[in-house]
Design a protein around this ligand. Structure first.
Ligand code: SAM
Length: 346
């Protein structure tokens, strides 16, 4: 419970910092802004929306769900599947309740419905969310959703019972909004969206997925801190879940990550935010890449800093993966990063 801290980001959406992982979940410039700038816009999701095509998304490292919720804001009344992988169940339970600046009650109720359908007991979720509220500032949470949670708990116990039995939470929601005289119709705009949650190490989950995804979000902690989801072996596994036109999107622009993508045969592009290189997109289809890596990036990949992280059995802990790369770097005949930078400025 004490392992995460909440903070207000520059766009006023709430971000998290993990004490345990010593890493931020979200950019200080805006948790919601980051989701759109680095994931939703570069993924080309809007093209699927415009063309009315159904879309399958894999959200690796869902956390408190900014990428998931931002994607859903584009997918009202659309046909889609979003599979979400997150190792910490608590974070998933917080998704509908965080103050994220997404003013879409319907969207959040649908996520809550899907969370309860994974078999999580409503009372456990209630205890979990309350324990975070108790230890943190109430302004970090979405007041409408907190009220709705109390409504389920206190005044609609029999309806809540239905929810626990996996009937549609939407009925409770409709009852709630009617009671609160909110002018709304009983139309579920997310009826055709299938959201699935998987709670485990993404390495174990992705192996078992029998799908090809159009869009994959990779939002793991930074490679230097925790490389387990940035190894060439894990990226190869991700590749096996992509078709020719699929796109992999990440906030990371780390050299070993881009180097692994290159070695795996991807075409790689940069994500520019306000003119600055702030992330990576990769696809097997060259035409999907708008801003390809420039020669500087490609040369950088050939240096020692481009030596990839490896995890041959997809089971090593971060320190083993980091050590393995350090040894490979030590014995490599490649030019060092520093020597490379010196050479190009001469
Ligand atoms: C940078 S945060 C993701 C932020 C998230 N996308 C959001 O919008 O809140 C990284 C997340 O990866 C999760 N994680 C770390 N290692 C993981 C693993 N091996 N498999 C799955 N999830 C993992 C952490 O619990 C954390 O929630």
């Amino acid at each position: 419970m004490d392992k995460i801290q909440f903070f207000i980001t520059d766009d006023l959406s709430i971000g998290l910092y993990s004490e345990k992982d010593k890493d931020i979940f979200h950019s200080k410039t805006g948790a919601l802004k980051e989701a759109f700038d680095k994931f939703i816009i570069p993924s080309g999701l809007v093209n699927y929306v415009d063309s009315q095509k159904s879309v399958k998304i894999l959200d690796i490292c869902t956390g408190i769900g900014y990428n998931l919720k931002s994607a859903l804001t584009c997918l009202e009344n659309r046909n889609a599947q979003i599979d979400c992988i997150e190792i910490e169940k608590d974070y998933i339970m917080l998704i509908p309740f965080i103050f994220d600046k997404i003013n879409n009650f319907d969207l959040k109720v649908n996520i809550l419905d899907k969370i309860l359908k994974t078999g999580i007991d409503f009372n456990i979720l209630y205890e979990c969310v309350n324990s975070y509220i108790y230890k943190n500032d109430i302004y970090f949470f979405d007041p409408s959703m907190i009220n709705f949670m109390h409504f389920i708990k206190n005044s609609a116990y029999d309806l809540c019972y239905q929810a626990l039995n996996c009937s549609n939470l939407h009925n409770i929601y409709y009852n709630y909004i009617s009671n609160n005289n909110i002018n709304s119709q009983n139309i579920n705009k997310y009826n055709d969206i299938n959201i699935n949650f998987f709670f485990d190490d993404a390495r174990k989950i992705v192996i078992g997925l029998n799908e090809y995804y159009d869009i994959i979000f990779l939002d793991a902690f930074s490679p230097q801190k925790n490389p387990v989801l940035w190894t060439i072996n894990f990226l190869s596994l991700i590749k096996s879940k992509m078709n020719f036109d699929s796109i992999l999107v990440s906030y990371s622009k780390s050299t070993p990550f881009r180097s692994a993508l290159k070695e795996l045969g991807f075409f790689i592009g940069k994500t520019y935010v306000d003119g600055v290189d702030m992330g990576t997109v990769a696809s097997l289809n060259k035409r999907k890449i708008k801003n390809p890596l420039i020669s500087f990036d490609l040369e950088l990949i050939k240096t020692r800093s481009g030596i990839v992280y490896r995890d041959p059995d997809l089971s090593d802990i971060p320190s083993q993966i980091i050590k393995r790369r350090e040894i490979e770097q030590k014995f490599s005949s490649r030019i060092s990063h520093t020597a490379f930078l010196k050479k190009i400025t001469e």
